[in-house]
Design a binder for this molecule. Sequence first.
Ligand code: AMP
Length: 489
Amino acid sequence: MTQFSDLRLDPKVLKAIEEAGYTTPTPIQAQAIPHALEGRDVLGIAQTGTGKTASFTLPLITRLGRGRARARMPRSLVLAPTRELAAQVAENFDTYAKYTRLTKALLIGGVAFGEQDKLIDRGVDVLIATPGRLLDHFERGKLLLTGVEVMVVDEADRMLDMGFIPDIERIFGLTPFTRQTFFYSATMAPEIERITNTFLSNPARIEIARQATASETITQELIELPATKRDAAAKLKREALRAIIEAEGDKLENAIIFCNRKVEVDILSKSLSKHKLDAAPIHGDLDQSLRTRTLERFRAGDLKLLIASDVAARGLDVPSVSHVFNFDLPSHPEDYVHRIGRTGRAGRSGKAISLMVPADQKYLEQIEQLLQRPLPRGIAPGIESLKTAPESDAPTPRPKRTRGARSAAKVDAPETQVETPLAEPVAQIVEPVALAEPPVRREDAPAPRERRDADRSNRDRSGRRDNRDNIVGMGDHVPDFLLREFRVA
Ligand code: AMP
């Protein structure tokens, strides 16, 4: 088996790796590093958790070992989709470059420009940035990208999700075409394929098996909750979650609990805190310094329950997480894999428990299709509100008005309307609460907002698409409900 010492890395890097406690390269490291050191472009199709960060950081440091940075002209550029991921790459760099004299700057939103400006003015070897912030600096004339020898694009699929691809293309265009490129993506969507065909030159393509198929250390469980009215479902889930946390007892050392929407992250976090559980939220709308502090507390073991959205938590590396909960089943099945991959890391065992209500059936099917096996069903611990009326422990989000919301009276239309088969066709047209309901995950994304809103307003309560927003004098479209029979089954 390949050892790090076989990889012709700079001895200073090898020393740092040894101190970090790693002896054997992971598959992506073993395969990518030799190509990277030869100066070849690398296309890594791999997810977080595979050791991909070190697979580009180690050769990058080795390659930059010789030479010096010039003022305002970084010698290398690492682009990551979120602040947390960029900060994590910066941490990796600090670990592996500790015996070198290489310098770095981190350009992310929420961190003051001044300090980073000074570093860049002096000249940095490695510039780690989110695309928007990098372009801000560039446009302010603070930065030249013509000295970039190596460019890394990390988590390109997430960049695509977040609408950053035009920024990435622009940044590619600002760097010299002679640069070496390392490009990482968990999936190869056609748009990603196009970018790699355009900007990579004869890359070594390295594909690492999906984490879900590889990680057998994670015990998965699905808790199916019964049908309730929509408002009650969230309360029921909160109650079920508390009951499960209690039932897990000491086995639950810490947990990341995923929600699909930022508003739900806040509500759940408040609700758990109110029930004397040690919980804090993390999502894209929170102040960066608070996000950083919350994460540090969680990493240090000073916070037990981290309530998170996908974007904020994606790729975060907390080595020891005993449990992951899906408070909501994710609407994109790949997110299920990303989420549960936060536990069971580095050979440790972990437990992933997902809650679902009947309306999530479609998401469950997508997940099971991706995993190619059914999720093992678990049994919900005794839940009081199933016996009595649901408790009220947290504010319920007010339904947002959308284009589909035709009148305030209809906003308040009783839930039961949609649940009785006869009333359903009517409710499908007027019931706007459901229009605002489907989960949204691309919270930091700037561009696709309109698309997302449009997308949301075209889905009904169960996430099914329909075209009710397009019902303007019918046009050439016949809505579903007109084709439906009104007989009671
Ligand atoms: P990444 O895929 O870059 O997010 O890395 C996932 C985790 O694997 C991080 O905690 C790394 O510190 C760890 N790691 C990276 N390389 C190795 C290695 N060769 N052996 C063991 N763990 C590693």
